[in-house]
Structure formats: structure tokens, C-alpha cells
Design a protein around this ligand. Structure first.
Ligand code: ADP
Length: 253
């Protein structure tokens, strides 16, 4: 470490160094605050299932021995809360994962979408539509991560609507847009930015019933940004929502 003294450095250089140093401190502070916020939000989210598990276990201990219905209800509740905690922990690990480590390759996004639609058709008794003008559009990235994004957007469309879900792929010059469209309740304007925040859910109780954690869209947008793309939503209350994944098209095939 070199001692800086005014005679060695011009005032301008010292000023520049001070600005750079302050920017570094601001950056570290901001990241530290984000981490603190994440830990506090995560603990808060885990608190509810933990206290539900605790009260059902106490109930079972007090009155479970001669009450099979209560025993049944309690074990089911404990199991579902354990599932919820498992999902939360898995998603938190995904968010913390170093995404730079994944291997990027060039692949056909139309094929990824087609196979996703087939999976959903097999899993749910619902109408799923698939639309594409082209059979081959290459993107460069992690197949697994991008599949996870399309899965979670489709999953939300199924969870939050009752009607047809449509998946479409469109090339727009150097970009490809993947749309997931539903005819569900829609998302009010003021909420449209917030839903991408970690742990944010519009209706916490309804979302908890559907097993929502509020992490899906946050993970999806982190993945898409790491791929040089953008995840956006356009929605009208009472009419439905369309989530759009915009990715750069790859020249390699
Ligand atoms: P969750 O696990 O709760 O679904 P997400 O991050 O995927 O978490 O979504 C955040 C919130 O955005 C959801 O809780 C829900 O309120 C709202 N949301 C997401 N997708 C849709 C959709 N297709 N229609 C209506 N609301 C949606």
C-alpha cells in the first residue's frame, strides 16, 4: 500500500480516486443490504410453516391418541408445510447459485417450447395451445435454466387461471419472444413491477394455498438477465396476463 501524499498526486487524481473509492463503498453497502434483506425475508417466510408444524405437533401430542381424524388432519398439514419449506429452500439455493458456472450452448428454443407444452398437456386436464411461425430459432444459453423459466411461467399460468394457456414463439429481427398467455384474473398495474421482487405475492393467502413462494418470477428474471434478455409482463385486470421472455437469437446452429 503506497502512502498517498499531496505532493505525489495532483488534486485531480486524488479527487478521482476518492470518487472511485466512494463508489466501491456504495456498491458493497448496497449488496450487503440486499443480502441482509434476503436473509430477513427468507427467515420470515420460513417462520409461518415452522409455527404451523409446531402447533399441529402439539395438538397431536395432546389429543391425537384417541382422535384418528385429528391425527389425519395434522399429519397432512405437517406434510404439506414440509413440502413448502422444501420448495422454499430449493428455490433459495437456486437464487444463490453462481449462474456463470453453467455451460452455454446453442440450441433450438422452438423445440424446448414444444416439449414443454407436451409435458403440460400430459400433466393437466386443460387446453394448451402452441403457436410458432418457424420450426428452428437458435438461442445461446443453458437449456436447463431456460426450460425452468418457461416451466415456471406455464406453471403460474395454470395456477392463476382456469382457462386455456397459450405458448407462442416469435422471431423479431435479432431477438426471439416467447409468450406465455393466460385468461386469468390479470395483475393490477401497480403490482406489475413488484411481482418480480423476491418473495412478493399479490395475494399471500391464495398464493400460499397454491403452494406459491413468491420466488419463481424473481429466479426467472435473474436467469433471463444472465442470458442478455428481458422478462416482462403485460396484463389487464379481469382479462389475463402475458409474460414475455425476450432473448437474443444465436447465429450458431
Ligand atoms: P409464486 O410462487 O407465488 O407463484 P411468483 O414469483 O412466480 O411466485 O409470482 C409472484 C406473484 O405474481 C404470484 O404470487 C401471483 O400473485 C402473481 N402472478 C404470477 N403469475 C401470474 C399470472 N399468470 N396471473 C396472475 N397473477 C400472477
Amino acid at each position: 500500500w503506497k502512502t498517498i501524499n499531496a505532493s505525489d498526486q495532483s488534486k485531480d487524481e486524488l479527487y478521482e480516486m476518492k470518487i472511485t473509492f466512494n463508489r466501491m463503498i456504495d456498491y458493497l453497502k448496497e449488496n450487503f443490504e440486499k443480502q441482509q434483506m434476503f436473509v430477513s425475508d427468507a427467515s420470515h417466510e420460513l417462520k409461518t410453516p415452522i409455527s404451523i408444524v409446531k402447533s399441529y405437533s402439539q395438538l397431536m401430542k395432546r389429543r391425537g391418541a384417541d382422535n384418528p381424524d385429528l391425527l389425519q388432519e395434522s399429519t397432512e398439514a405437517i406434510e404439506s408445510q414440509a413440502d413448502r419449506m422444501q420448495k422454499l429452500v430449493e428455490q433459495m439455493l437456486l437464487l444463490a447459485k453462481n449462474k456463470d458456472k453453467d455451460v452455454y450452448e446453442s440450441f433450438n428454443i422452438v423445440e424446448l417450447c414444444r416439449s414443454t407444452i407436451e409435458t403440460f398437456k400430459g400433466a393437466y386436464d386443460r387446453v394448451f395451445l402452441f403457436e410458432t411461425a418457424s420450426e428452428i430459432i437458435h438461442v445461446k444459453g443453458s437449456y436447463d435454466q431456460l426450460q425452468q423459466v418457461v416451466y415456471s411461467l406455464m406453471d403460474n399460468a395454470v395456477k392463476y387461471s382456469q382457462d386455456t394457456v397459450k405458448l407462442s414463439v416469435r422471431q423479431n429481427g435479432h431477438h426471439v419472444d416467447v409468450d406465455v398467455q393466460d385468461n386469468g384474473p390479470g395483475i393490477p398495474g401497480a403490482e406489475q413491477e413488484k411481482i418480480f421482487d423476491r418473495f412478493y405475492r399479490i395475494d399471500k393467502s391464495r398464493s400460499r394455498e397454491t403452494g406459491g413462494t413468491g420466488l419463481g418470477l424473481s429466479i426467472a428474471s435473474t436467469i433471463i438477465e444472465a442470458h442478455g434478455g428481458e422478462l416482462t409482463v403485460s396484463s389487464t385486470t379481469g382479462k389475463g396476463s402475458t409474460f414475455t421472455v425476450k432473448l437474443p437469437v444465436s447465429q450458431e446452429s
